[in-house]
Design a protein around this ligand. Structure first.
Ligand code: THU
Length: 132
């Protein structure tokens, strides 16, 4: 299903959810919004923990909402910092986005819109699980 990408809406939603971030340890609030192939918009914010290594990136929350509200494939994603500026997802989260958006998913980055193939070249994916 082809959906129109409303980038302005994604940025607004990402900023909105960023204000709900729980980041008392890093004081680095992150919000992310993603358009799903059925037109839904899913969001997430980072949630840290006193046991520092257990902190959840904003993308984890967004992917959880993706599945808990019916699944589907991410078409376009915008991740922002506390200033509303585009934020590059960390390496682990690029892998999450690859799993749930695939190679053609579009990502808003500090240097413009890029495909997942551009931001995670030679990605590991389900096709690599040849011994299953
Ligand atoms: N963070 C995210 O939520 N997403 C990213 O892609 C990069 C990093 C969070 C994790 C931590 O709570 C804070 O930003 C500082 O690293």
């Amino acid at each position: 299903m082809a959906v129109d990408i409303d980038w302005d809406l994604l940025r607004v939603k990402a900023i909105e959810v960023m204000h709900h971030a729980y980041a008392p340890y890093s004081d680095f609030q992150v919000g992310v919004a993603g358009l799903v192939d059925d037109g839904r918009v899913v969001v997430g914010c980072n949630v840290e923990n006193a046991s520092y290594g257990l902190g959840l990136c904003a993308e984890c929350g967004m992917v959880s909402q993706l599945h808990s509200t019916g699944g589907g494939t991410l078409v376009a994603v915008w991740c922002v910092d506390r200033n509303g500026d585009s934020l590059m997802p960390c390496g682990r989260c690029r892998q999450l986005l690859w799993e749930n958006g695939g190679p053609s998913m579009l990502l808003q980055t500090p240097s413009g819109v890029k495909t997942m193939t551009e931001v995670l070249p030679d990605a590991f994916g389900v096709e690599d699980l040849t011994t299953r």
